[in-house]
Write a protein that binds this ligand. Structure first.
Ligand code: TXA
Ligand code: MG
Length: 301
């Protein structure tokens, strides 16, 4: 499947087809969230379990307010971090246009406004919201380039270059006290500066991809918190001590490490186990460690 222009993408999406598009976090597998057949194509293309709700993307706060009810806390968060890598889960409005399949039948919906200019252009050109999970087969490593998308899915792609943040959005459940559902591109520290101490979801009523055990996984097994590779392993380093290896950031910069994470896991994926250096569990390091732990988790048999 080819790369497509913005106009072609708009045409395909409005006819109910799926198109992959860039966001600042990862590439999304987009479809018109108001057309059940289009949303069905997302689940079948990704082989994603139907009980996993999708994130809905819009261009403006006004559009978001048509889909979910905003509490004062959600408005504060939206003003602080939108457009950007934050997903707010709220109660659906009475006349929410998103089809039930996209929210897996829940009465809540996850919504975000991406800041990638091409995502903004696309969402501005289309009058309806777009459902978009990451554009990879369910459970596999998320794509941060158009080429990554094309390597695993046979779908049209809008090519917007490399995703600058490199890990998915942070997800906050906002129907009561704010709960962190998934670490992501906006740090826990930054969110707490706006809404105070956060609860973190440990187990959950909803079993969703970010919460399934094995996820974000390359084919090769991972060994975490490794100081050095053992014989027969390839190595993913972090910081100046691992300068001679593939390195998430040789200066120890967590933003750079997040941006490199998925591309480097793909590049190292092969016949050898991947040993990964320890990553500090602060700021964006929490999102990186979350992805690494799920990538290293036991695989379904
Ligand atoms: O950065 C991102 O968020 C990317 C880009 C493409 O925008 N999208 C993404 O979508 O990561 P996905 O499908 O991989 O993540 C969807 C997650 C689900 O796993 C679930 O945890 C959460 O969003 N979610 C969505 N709707 C929800 C709801 N109503 N209640 C609880 N969690 C929800
Ligand atoms: Mg995903």
């Amino acid at each position: 499947m080819p790369r497509v222009t913005l106009n072609e993408a708009v045409g395909l999406l409005t006819q109910g087809h799926t198109v992959a598009f860039p966001t600042e976090t990862v590439y999304g597998l987009g479809a018109d969230a108001t057309i059940p057949e289009a949303v069905t194509r997302i689940y079948t293309t990704k082989q994603r379990p139907r009980f996993n709700p999708l994130i809905i993307h819009v261009a403006t706060l006004e559009s978001a307010q048509k889909l979910i009810t905003f509490t004062p806390e959600m408005l504060k968060l939206a003003k602080a971090f939108w457009p950007g890598p934050l997903t707010l889960v709220g109660h659906k409005t009475a006349n929410c246009s998103v089809c039930d399949l996209a929210s897996a039948g829940l009465d809540t919906l996850g919504v975000r406004i991406p800041k990638h200019p091409m995502a903004q252009d696309l969402l501005t050109a289309i009058p309806t919201p777009l459902a978009a999970p990451s554009a990879n087969p369910s459970g596999k490593v998320s794509p941060t380039t158009a080429q990554h998308v094309l390597e695993s899915l046979d779908i049209p792609v809008l090519d917007g270059g490399v995703c600058p943040i490199g890990v998915e959005s942070t997800i906050l459940m906002c129907t009561g006290k704010v709960i962190l559902l998934r670490e992501g591109g906006i740090t826990r520290e930054d969110i707490q500066a706006i809404v105070g101490p956060l609860s973190v979801s440990t187990t959950t009523k909803i079993t969703a991809p970010g919460q399934l055990h094995s996820h974000y996984a390359p084919n090769a097994p991972l060994r975490l918190n490794a100081s050095y590779p053992k014989v027969g392993e390839v190595f993913l380093g972090f910081g100046p001590v691992h300068k001679s290896h593939t390195n998430l950031s040789s200066t120890g910069n967590l933003e750079e490490a997040a941006a490199n994470l998925f591309a480097m896991l793909r590049a190292l994926d092969g016949p050898h186990p991947i040993a990964v250096a320890p990553i500090p569990d602060v700021g964006l390091g929490r999102a990186i460690n979350d992805r690494l732990h799920r990538a290293a988790a036991p695989r379904p048999t």
